[in-house]
Design a protein around this ligand. Structure first.
Ligand code: SUG
Length: 445
């Protein structure tokens, strides 16, 4: 049976804003307090989804979460009506309030880790929603993200959902941003590659010193264990702490892999020789293509500002891959020169396509952050919620929905506007009908 890699992109939510919440994420801190455009953000994301669907790739949509998150504010002692809760939180604790308004669930690479049925012992697709423990504004995503995934992949014959790992620094899990899969063909068993930033239970090991390691070795091992993966086909690697301290807060900011190709920066990993050996041993006889970008052509500094490695790496035809890169890669001359040379190398990456996702990029999220890759065979696709798959009709419907409900501009003070809460709930209530999700949001129950 054929299988496909389906990109589940996150819809940018109606509260998309720049709140400077992510220490370690250079763009997030640099653009804090800048006015955002939720409408432009959502339309840019939809345009990228449509472009990839038009390239013949399978594309689907994950909805935003309910923001402001009134329930979390109530857990923190803010009381009264919903309107009073957000008014009091906004005035008494503006930083906490901003964190409960973040549209950060748009970056669905962090929504979960997915192991395709070809890799798992019970031959079902396994999902573990990521606890995103390291950042408060992200750590509140998992409960509703899990409900949305369960609503889309509800058939227990084909799909298995695991609870997020226990919250806390020891089991920090950032999902597929630190997970890559290599395979000959999407229908066949592949190698699952987990990259982590530190060992939480062994402080004698190397770790970043300036910025946090958001993914731990122990969290990655726990997900592999939950997904019942073959240890012979599972590889763990530590990210180079120096690049984390230079702003590479997820592995997908310094490396991206697809099928038999790993596109990575020279300094991405702590023990690169060992990593390549482990990957090739697990992969078997046919050679993996290691496309390494040297520091002297593209520095880590340039990689972090252009998000070259946060490009999507997609297969358009056998042996013909395309890099789906953000517009910022054209603006950086070192990166632009490298990309021009890349396609003339004799590797699997034959072309580069540039898309504008600036609203997301200004918060440290590029094309690859905005999507969760789910490999599904034809039966699994048929068993999943059909209303989330993007065709021309759904694309038009979602663009109309965004134009109807989203604000053109948003600043931090707008977040305290009680009308915004109503606007968001009306939008999301309508969205659950468009995507046939049922009442997945707390405000709907
Ligand atoms: N690389 C991947 N897969 N995802 C990118 C996530 C960016 C996100 N930014 C933010 O959460 C910024 C929110 C703010 O500051 O308003 C983060 O740091 O978790």
């Amino acid at each position: 049976m054929k299988a496909f890699e389906v990109n589940f992109d996150g819809l940018v939510g109606p509260t998309h804003n720049y709140a400077g919440l992510s220490v370690g994420n250079v763009a997030s801190l640099k653009n804090a307090a800048q006015a955002s455009s939720p409408k432009q953000g959502a339309l840019q994301g939809l345009a990228k989804m449509k472009a990839l669907a038009d390239l013949g790739l399978k594309q689907a949509v994950l909805p935003p979460l309910e923001r402001p998150d009134v329930n979390v504010l109530r857990q923190l002692g803010f009381s009264g009506s919903d309107e009073q809760v957000i008014k009091r939180a906004a005035s008494d604790a503006p930083s906490i309030y901003a964190a409960t308004c973040s549209a950060s669930s748009m970056w669905t690479a962090n929504a979960c880790t997915v192991s395709p049925s070809a890799d798992t012992h019970d031959k079902r697709v396994h999902f573990t929603a990521a606890n995103l423990a390291n950042k408060f504004h992200r750590s509140i995503e998992a409960p509703t993200t899990a409900k949305i995934l369960e609503a889309i992949f509800s058939n227990e014959q084909f799909f298995k959902h695991h609870s997020p790992l226990p919250l806390g620094d020891h089991f920090g899990d950032e999902g597929a941003a630190n997970h890559t899969r290599f395979c000959e063909d999407y229908a066949q068993a592949g190698v699952e590659f987990f990259v982590f930033g530190k060992y939480a239970f062994d402080t004698t090991k190397q770790a970043p010193v300036k910025f946090p390691a958001r993914q731990t070795f122990e969290a990655s091992q726990a997900v592999a264990r939950l997904h019942e993966l073959s240890s012979a086909k599972t590889v763990f690697a530590q990210q180079n702490p120096d690049v984390i301290d230079a702003g590479v807060f997820h592995n997908d900011v310094i490396a991206v892999g697809n099928q038999n190709c790993l596109f990575y920066h020279e300094k991405a990993f702590l023990n690169t020789v060992q990593v390549k050996q482990d990957l090739q041993n697990a992969y078997g006889n046919s050679p993996l293509h290691f496309v390494m970008v040297p520091e002297n052509q593209v520095s880590v500094y340039d990689a972090v500002r252009s998000y070259l490695f946060n490009s999507q790496l997609v297969t358009l035809a056998p042996g013909h891959m395309a890099l789906i890169a953000p517009g910022e890669c054209q603006e950086n001359s070192n990166v632009k020169d490298y990309l021009d040379s890349l396609v003339s190398q004799n590797g699997p990456i034959k072309e580069v396509k540039i898309y504008d996702v600036k609203q997301s990029m200004q918060n440290g999220g590029g094309p690859a952050c905005l999507r969760q890759r789910v490999v599904l065979n034809e039966a699994e696709i048929a068993a999943s919620n059909q209303a989330v798959y993007l065709d021309d009709t759904l694309y038009q419907t979602l663009c109309q929905w965004v134009n109807k409900h989203y604000r053109d501009s948003l600043t931090e003070k707008d977040l305290a506007d009680p009308a915004l809460l109503i606007e968001c709930r009306q939008a999301l209530d309508e969205l659950t009908k468009i995507l046939a999700l049922g009442s997945v949001y707390p405000f709907q129950r």
